[in-house]
Design a protein around this ligand. Structure first.
Ligand code: TXA
Ligand code: MG
Length: 342
């Protein structure tokens, strides 16, 4: 299969890309589309065969459920069997946007989407292209991130093609994603409501609208069936091993790497405050100091490290404030330290 790539830079291109995507989706095919968080691998959420194809293309375990993307609150309500007051408040405050709500599923959502479970994750994305596609289709789109399972999510059409070229008929190129990490996932189907996956809509922003919001998943992962398989460590990880460290300068970092038994000359260092000199290291990348800009840049930098065949990635630890919680979570998962991100 050859993968067609369509841009959306002019109104004419946008219209043609919507038509092409809608035609394929109606046939039960899967296509990669831009959203404001990361690129999604979309299929008709009401078509079990199309949804199964998403799992095949991604090589994703069937137990890990998909997010259903809608283009209105009415469409969201049609996907769930209960729409509590908290969902209405969050939807009004943050949709369209990078927030996913987990609710009891409606019968119209096949078990293929939900990993056999009785809840469904719903999001109204902010990107105008996917909104236009959903409206034209008239059905919601099940869409995980458009990467192979356990790899870094794509934030550009090039990232999608690097992993899925030849496996899907179409990728629509909407440029780099504006948010850059995956949506915040909040479970409203169980008490107390819980953040299952932190993101750029953070606990401090959610708490005033969600009574009794719990920030941490309840029990250690090993002790129960995970509510959200995305909570497993070593998701969202680049190919090279990742370590998160803090340092006072170039010499201090070089010494720490030696003490860890690592060769500084193999380390790609990603820093945003204390930027070391390149000298002893394979490469040094500077990330933005502002959390929103950092999130936008993070995955592209990891993808570049992968392309360059990095052997070790050293990340400078990020602040502990709420604004950084989604980023800190992705760094911990990339590090893959068991128990660090239950
Ligand atoms: O920003 C995003 O959310 C992107 C774009 C494409 O919208 N999508 C995305 O999808 O990141 P995915 O499949 O890579 O991650 C979905 C996460 C997983 O951690 C999954 O376990 C969780 O949402 N999830 C989906 N359905 C769930 C459910 N019913 N209950 C609990 N967690 C669920
Ligand atoms: Mg994913």
């Amino acid at each position: 299969m050859t993968t067609q790539r369509l841009g959306i830079d002019s109104p004419e291109e946008f219209r043609r890309a919507v038509e092409a995507a809608v035609a394929l989706l109606r046939q039960g095919q899967v296509v990669a589309l831009p959203t404001e968080t990361v690129y999604g691998l979309a299929a008709n959420a009401r078509d079990p065969g199309a949804v199964r194809r998403v799992y095949e293309v991604k090589r994703r375990p069937h137990s890990n459920p998909l997010i259903v993307h809608v283009a209105s609150r009415e469409m969201a309500r049609a996907c769930v069997s209960n729409w509590p007051e908290t969902a209405e408040r969050l939807a009004r405050a943050f949709w369209p946007g990078p927030l996913t709500l987990v609710l009891p599923k409606a019968d119209s959502i096949p078990p293929e989407v939900t990993g056999g479970g009785d809840t469904v994750a719903i999001r109204w994305p902010a990107h105008p292209f996917i909104q236009a596609v959903i409206r034209a289709c008239g059905f919601p789109l099940a869409a995980p991130s458009a990467n192979l399972a356990n790899r870094v999510s794509p934030t550009s059409a090039d990232h999608v093609l690097a992993q899925l070229n030849g496996r899907i008929p179409l990728v629509v190129d909407g440029g780099p994603c504006a948010v850059g990490i995956e949506s915040t996932v909040v479970d409203l189907a169980h008490e107390p409501p819980r953040i299952l996956r932190p993101g750029m809509i953070h606990a401090e922003a959610l708490a005033p609208l969600v009574p009794r919001l719990a920030e941490e998943p309840c029990a250690p992962l090993s002790a129960r069936r995970p509510k959200s398989p995305g909570l497993f460590p070593k998701h969202y990880a680049p190919t090279a091993p990742v370590r998160v460290l803090t340092w006072t300068g170039t010499e201090d970092l070089r010494r720490q790497l030696r003490n860890l038994g690592a060769d500084p000359a193999q380390a790609h260092v990603l820093a945003h405050t204390t930027v070391p000199q390149k000298g002893p290291f394979a490469d040094v990348w500077v990330l933005p100091r502002d959390p929103a800009a950092y999130a936008r840049a993070l995955y592209a930098t990891w993808h570049r490290c992968d392309q360059q065949g990095a052997r070790l990635i050293i990340m400078e630890a990020v602040p502990e404030q709420s604004e950084w919680a989604g980023i800190a979570d992705r760094l911990r998962r990339a590090e893959g330290l068991e128990g660090s991100s239950p």
